[in-house]
Design a protein around this ligand. Structure first.
Ligand code: GLA
Length: 752
């Protein structure tokens, strides 16, 4: 709910945005400035709005010298501009070429400095964000607050937009700029949000991730010191290192306790998120489009909306914060896929790479169907003359040498086996060796008279141009309409660099933004017209896993690394933001193709059950015993996927010095839970271990059993599970060392 905080005379003194379990309060300071008053737990019924933190600063600058002087550098601000008396980083930088400046004998070009508060309004439904990702307009209970400011000299209006996400401790923020002046205004920075957190009683820790292709998202945590800490991507995609997200916790907050603030952008291109500790210990958190790769010229009458940022809050540690992120992630997904159980799939990539024909595919598919797999995905190599990664992207027609009956006959064969048909594509790309490139060499992003840049032997199509975007969309539509396709893996295998458009009207600073906005347009239309197709997002694994893609891709391929030990860390970090429902995880061969590591089939299987369970191997190459074990695992998973895919995730705190990773999935009614425990290194001689699971009703009794420990079971209350946990015997060594066990907790009759 959004509430204006009104004075006796009816004028506003601030606005309170009430979210489930959190509250965001903006104060109007000196009738002119928007100040961050609060972002944390609820402070109902009425915030006092007393801002005592902006007294004039020694050796600082003073605003409003005639009235009641104060220092902007001490004011907690909502969307600050630079080059004034606030010496911290601004949220936007705008330059105006205003006639009035010239007339006054000043430079005709000058910075926009003084925005003054003008008005507020509350609007039902989704606000106008210019076609960028946002919650759907039909989301029940959606309303937005718009606060408008204006620079009287340039005519630049700034509209700050706030939308609480119904039912969660989260809100979306973005900024819209409108040029109401008579001359162009240049934006060289336009963040999605900025806020100044009140001075925390304890210090803050930064929780972020780092990594690269096949080592995505390694969690890193450290206390925040003085200065500015920035994370981001200049790659034109959100990147393997991190989703565009940052988490701050109060010092000492863990998985289950303590305050945590999170911010994540609904954006899939270049980005920056930064936290800056001010001179007096306050923290400014802000972020959005990467300013080094962005500029925008706002013509008179035009408007520009930044991507949205999601702000989430928790008082129950990182698990609490993740449950907020997960709830928002679910509401961003296409409606059809939010609550629907996802199929167990087998992807042909690690099973056959480029080396297959129809007979081989059908033989892999047949053995997969026998195990209980539900969907067969034909990965790279089915089109043009693509027998390696040097050719044919853009030529999305079946290779008759491999598929003499075309995709249609393959789809028919798969459906005949009771399997769905999935297909791989990389729609935004073109190979220099392709019919498409030969016909339209000017259709890819390149700098005229400079060497082209290639990554994985491929170039990026210039989607900022209408005719190129139309061609890509038409190809997708024709493929999806050509035969019954149930799933599409949408890949993106190189970053953007040395980009330019052959269309001279597209300014360099605007190109990357226009490119991605057009891509979102294509994705939105195609996903809406093919709602039953399950799209899986991929960018060389988890290179474009972000909240900007969730409205189109309800699941992502989290990494090209399928090694179970690596996957434990990759999936755990991904779970900070994404629910298991959004994380693709596959069982592959041992030794693993990326790491060379040996591991047991059971360990690979249980780790893959931490996400959307699938396969990336040829079951025909397994022994009969292995096939029987996998068939049992698939049956077990399919019976429980209501909880494993749609339940609530709880990361458990294992012994990290031993590499333990553990988590549980809870049924919404808490009648059932499934817990996983994994240890990558065997400790010879270790006897037993225990797992603590918080969050189950204390008075309920749970029977704990494990298919991995047939002779063992326990009967424990929710209280004991939360405070002492359950002990279990550790299994002995096995090839590859890594071990995984699964436990089922079933509620018994109530005690009272
Ligand atoms: C990328 C993907 C893989 C696979 C290959 C095919 O690397 O991440 O899963 O689809 O492309 O070329």
């Amino acid at each position: 709910m959004i509430r204006p905080l009104l004075r006796d005379d009816g004028r506003p003194s601030g606005w309170a945005l009430e979210c489930a379990g959190a509250e965001y309060v903006v104060a109007l300071f000196h009738e002119r400035y928007l100040a961050t008053y609060h972002w944390g737990g609820p402070i109902r019924p009425e915030p006092s709005l007393e801002i005592a933190s902006a007294p004039p600063q020694p050796f600082g600058l003073v605003e409003d010298p005639s009235a009641s002087p104060f220092s902007l550098n001490r004011l907690p601000q909502e969307y600050p501009w630079g080059r004034g008396g606030d010496f911290r980083s601004p949220a936007f930088i705008a330059d105006s070429r205003v006639a009035a400046f010239g007339a006054a004998g000043l430079s005709p070009s000058g910075p926009v400095l003084d925005l003054e508060y003008r008005s507020w309004r509350i609007l039902p439904g989704a606000p106008d964000i210019g076609g960028l990702p946002f919650l759907r307009a039909e989301t029940v209970g959606l309303e937005s607050l718009e606060l408008e400011l204006e620079d009287p000299q340039s005519g630049l209006a700034l509209i700050l937009c706030y939308t609480p996400v119904p039912g969660t401790a989260a809100l979306l923020r973005f900024a819209r700029f409108v040029n109401r002046g008579s001359l162009a205004i240049g934006l060289s920075r336009a963040f999605s949000f900025s806020l100044d957190l009140p001075l925390p009683a304890r210090g803050l820790d930064l929780v972020a991730t780092e990594g690269a292709w096949a080592t995505e998202r390694q969690v890193s945590r450290r206390p925040l010191g003085l200065g500015r800490t920035e994370i981001g991507s200049r790659r034109g995609l959100s990147g393997h290192a991190s989703s565009p997200a940052i988490i701050l916790t109060e010092t000492g907050a863990g998985e289950t306790g303590g305050k945590a603030w999170g911010a994540s952008l609904l954006w899939s291109g270049d980005w920056i998120l930064a936290v800056e500790k001010g001179e007096e210990g306050t923290y400014r958190l802000q972020g959005g489009l990467h300013p080094e790769l962005f500029s925008w010229s706002l013509a008179p009458g035009d408007s520009f909306a930044t991507p949205a940022a999601l702000l989430a809050y928790s008082e129950t540690g990182l698990n609490g914060l993740s449950s907020v992120f997960h709830a928002v992630a679910r509401s961003l997904m296409p409606p059809v896929w939010r609550e629907r159980e996802r199929p167990v799939l087998l992807n042909s990539w690690e099973a056959a790479y480029f080396d297959y024909d129809e007979a081989r595919l059908l033989s892999i598919a047949r053995s997969a169907a026998e195990l209980g797999v539900e969907l067969f995905v034909l990965d790279d190599g089915w089109f043009g003359k693509r027998n390696d990664d040097r050719t044919s992207l853009g030529d999305w027609k079946e290779n008759p040498a491999k598929l003499p009956g075309g995709l249609a006959r393959l789809a028919e064969g798969l459906h005949g086996l009771g399997l769905g048909f999935g297909l791989w594509m990389e729609p935004e790309m073109v190979s220099a060796d392709s019919e498409l490139y030969r016909a339209h060499p000017d259709w890819c992003l390149a700098l005229p008279s400079r060497l082209p840049s290639e990554g994985r032997n491929q170039r990026v199509l210039d989607l900022s141009r209408a005719e190129v975007a139309e061609h890509v969309e038409a190809q997708l539509r024709s493929l999806l309409g050509s035969c019954p396709i149930d799933y599409l893996k949408w890949d993106f295998n190189r970053p953007l660099a040395r980009v330019g458009s052959a269309d001279p009207s597209i300014a360099e600073g605007e190109l990357r933004f226009r490119w991605l906005r057009n891509l979102y347009g294509i994705l939105g239309r195609v996903a809406a017209d093919f709602p039953e197709v399950l799209f899986e997002g991929c960018a060389g694994g988890g290179g474009r896993m972000d909240f900007g893609m969730l409205p189109f891709f309800p699941q992502f391929w989290a990494s090209d690394n399928t090694d179970p030990v690596w996957r434990l860390g990759i999936q755990r970090a991904a779970s900070l933001l994404f629910p298991p429902l959004a994380i693709g995880a596959h069982v592959s061969a041992s030794p693993n193709h990326q790491s060379g590591r040996l591991s047991s089939l059971r360990t690979r299987s249980l780790v893959a059950m931490g996400g959307i369970y699938g396969f990336e191997l040829d079951p025909g190459l397994l022994s009969a015993a292995e096939r029987a074990a996998l068939a049992a695992d698939i049956a077990w998973y399919r019976e429980r996927r209501g909880i494993l895919q749609l339940g609530e995730l709880l990361r458990l705190e294992g012994r990290s010095e031993w590499g333990d990773v553990a988590w549980a999935m809870l049924a919404p009614d808490r009648g059932r839970a499934i817990a996983f425990w994994c240890r990558p290194w065997h400790r010879p001689g270790a006897g037993s271990f225990s797992l603590v699971i918080e969050g189950l009703p204390e008075s309920l009794l749970y029977r704990v059993v494990s298919p991995d420990l047939p002779a063992w079971s326990r009967l424990l209350s929710g209280a004991e599970l939360a405070r002492r946990g359950f002990e279990f015997p550790l299994p002995g060594p096995e090839p590859g060392e890594a071990r995984a066990l699964v436990f089922e907790l079933l509620a018994q009759a109530r005690r009272d």
